[in-house]
Design a protein around this ligand. Structure first.
Ligand code: NAD
Ligand code: IPM
Ligand code: MN
Length: 347
């Protein structure tokens, strides 16, 4: 029987609940489809940091390299470990080390789910640059604690990095409805974003079958709320993509519905699948975290592994469940009840 090795990193807070839920669904789906998933769980988290002084062991990246894929819950417990320490010690280094430069975040309403503003259908695929830009970690502080203090956070955009993410977006647009929105803030940021616009124009000439529109990020944020049906593929830098995809989550019903895949398109290292949301300390341990985003992310993992029928089966079961309005982010239904409903809907 075909078998895939999966590294499981539940992480912190509701990351633990939703990863367990996704794993239950994925194992069942694999069994139905005649392949196996072998999970190896790693306790890397803020708790692990408190015990060891590190978010993951020194050889953590090398340990993960041998897996077919990584399924992650959420990282962060700000009451105990500063976010700047926990995220730079676990989640962000994995995205960078494994060159998971394309962060794919789909935004659409699952059957039966209503967004807070409107219910017309939309289908947006956000492609977020995931390894450089505003998250480059370059910068520093001088004269700390004095009135002369200066803090610098430098965004680094490389031609190779911008071109590959835009090219990835153009390919996705070509395979979908042929529309690409390229997002910058080139009216205010005159180096990196003008550079991004130039590369967009260069590629637009090559992909003449794709309709390209460049938007400023502020205008696109409004458009995602006012006219989401006008958008198909949206490509944005790391920080802009981060913010836009929480808007995407909001219009699709809430953070509990937004899935994401951190893809290494060259397949030179494992890709990582995780919900868009975080560890949600405000509802951790209550058993009410919505597992749908994590289960959907798991379906994206099956698809990436080549198990497209099983991935489709999980999505069908998810929608059968939401169509009956079992899952809501308002905390009406327990994580376990939603998970059991999805498992029962798997055929
Ligand atoms: P968050 O996404 O954890 O929570 C924001 C709000 O959404 C909260 O009210 C929360 O209860 C709600 N929510 C989120 N997911 C939900 C779900 N599945 N079901 C029901 N409600 C849900 O964002 P935050 O509060 O800014 O961050 C909390 C911690 O998580 C921080 O440490 C942050 O850095 C971290 N974080 C990690 C990731 C990640 O690991 N990928 C992503 C975002 C935030
Ligand atoms: C996300 C998260 C992370 C990000 C944080 C936790 C560093 O918000 O995956 O969207 O900004 O990439
Ligand atoms: Mn985010």
């Amino acid at each position: 029987m075909k078998s895939y090795s999966i590294a499981l990193i539940p992480g912190d807070g509701i990351g633990r609940d939703v990863t367990a839920a996704a794993w239950t669904v994925l194992e069942t789906a694999a069994r139905h489809s005649g392949f196996a998933l072998t999970g190896t769980e790693f306790p890397w988290s803020c708790r692990f940091f408190k015990e060891t002084g590190r978010m993951m062991p020194e050889d953590g990246i090398e340990t993960l390299r041998g897996f077919d894929a990584i399924l992650l819950g959420a990282v962060g417990w700000p009451a105990e470990v500063p976010d700047s320490v926990s995220l730079h010690g676990l989640l962000l280094p994995i995205r960078k080390a494994f060159v998971q430069y394309a962060n794919i975040r789909p935004h659409r309403l699952l059957q039966g789910v209503t967004g807070p503003l409107r219910t017309e259908s939309f289908d947006i695929l956000c492609i977020r640059e995931n390894t450089e830009g505003e998250y480059s970690g370059a910068g520093g502080r001088v004269h700390q604690g004095t009135l002369d203090e200066v803090a610098v956070e430098t965004s680094i955009f490389t031609r190779a990095g911008v071109e590959r993410i835009l090219r990835f977006g153009f390919e996705q647009a070509r395979a979908r409805r042929g529309k690409l929105a390229s997002v910058t803030k080139s009216n205010a940021q005159k180096y990196s974003m003008v550079f991004w616009d130039e590369i967009t124009r260069m590629l637009a000439a090559e992909y003449s079958d794709v309709t390209v529109t460049s938007y400023h990020v502020d205008a696109l944020a409004a458009r995602m709320i006012m006219a989401p049906e006008s958008l198909d593929v949206v490509v944005a830098s790391n920080l802009f993509g981060d913010i836009l995809t929480d808007i995407g989550a909001a219009i699709q019903g809430g953070l509990g519905y937004a899935a994401s895949a951190n893809i290494n398109p060259d397949r030179s290292a494992p890709s990582m699948f995780e919900p868009v949301h975080g560890s949600a300390p405000d509802i951790a341990h209550l058993g009410i975290a919505n597992p749908i985003a994590a289960i959907w992310s798991g379906a994206m993992m099956l698809h990436h592994l080549g198990e497209k029928d099983a991935a489709g089966g999980v999505m069908k079961a998810l929608e059968a469940t939401t169509a009956r309005s079992v899952g809501t982010i308002s905390g009406k239904d327990s994580t376990d009840a939603i998970t059991a409903a999805v498992v029962a809907a798997l055929t």
